[in-house]
Design a binder for this molecule. Structure first.
Ligand SMILES: [Zn+2]
Length: 208
């Protein structure tokens, strides 16, 4: 067991109210090392199977996730664990076996007011065909983003920027031209060139 091991109940503070009781049994049944990591941009969590030198399941979850995203990410990784125990290496990481486990493991959280309505609605649709990453499901991502606590003032998703509003990204200063179904058409203020951004791209609003 790791040196910095914390009692299981400390996990409660990261989860939505009343959901810990559903999560705890997995930790009692399996030898799991859970590491909470600093914010990572491209991944929310990951799972690694036991090895000879590390004979336990290893799960990481980003510590900055809001409770709803934390729970969904943790269940995503626990579904990898369950799939690994059932099938070993014989199936694809996000194949039909994982999808079925993930869905079955999420169903107990639905219809119990654990999630706000918008997250619940997006999640109910999502579990019928879960993507490898919650970030690629636009509706779920948008719903979860609303509850992120560590946003800076003016930080928002491009799909929520009003047309005509200026905003900033790592690439420069843009003005929003048009909102399409999943993408936003924007103009680079410096070059005058127009670009399409995915609607869930994170930007910073500028005062005009
Ligand atoms: Zn995965």
């Amino acid at each position: 067991m790791g040196k910095q091991e914390k009692p299981l109940h400390t996990l409660q503070q990261f989860l939505p109210d009343n959901t810990f009781g559903h999560i705890a049994p997995y930790f009692k049944e399996h030898n799991i090392h859970l590491t909470l990591t600093k914010a990572r941009k491209s991944i929310l969590g990951d799972y690694r199977e036991p090895t000879r030198s590390e004979p336990y399941h290893r799960i990481t979850v980003n510590i900055n996730l809001n409770p709803y995203n934390f729970l969904i990410t943790l269940v995503h990784e626990l579904a990898h664990l369950v799939t690994c125990v059932e099938y070993g290496r014989s199936v694809k990481p996000h194949g039909k076996e994982w999808k079925a486990n993930f869905k079955n493991m999420l169903i107990p959280y639905l219809g119990k007011n654990f999630f706000p309505n918008d997250v619940e609605t997006a999640l109910s649709k999502y579990i019928n065909n879960p993507a490898a990453s919650t970030c690629t499901d636009t509706e779920l991502y948008k719903a979860l983003y609303k509850y992120d606590l560590d946003k800076k003032p003016g930080q928002t998703l491009i799909c929520h920027v009003p047309v005509g509003q200026h905003f900033k990204t790592d690439q420069g200063i843009f003005v929003k031209m048009k909102q399409l179904r999943t993408r936003s058409l924007c103009k680079d203020v410096g070059s005058g060139k127009q670009y399409y951004f995915p609607g869930i791209y994170e930007v910073e609003l500028l005062s005009q």
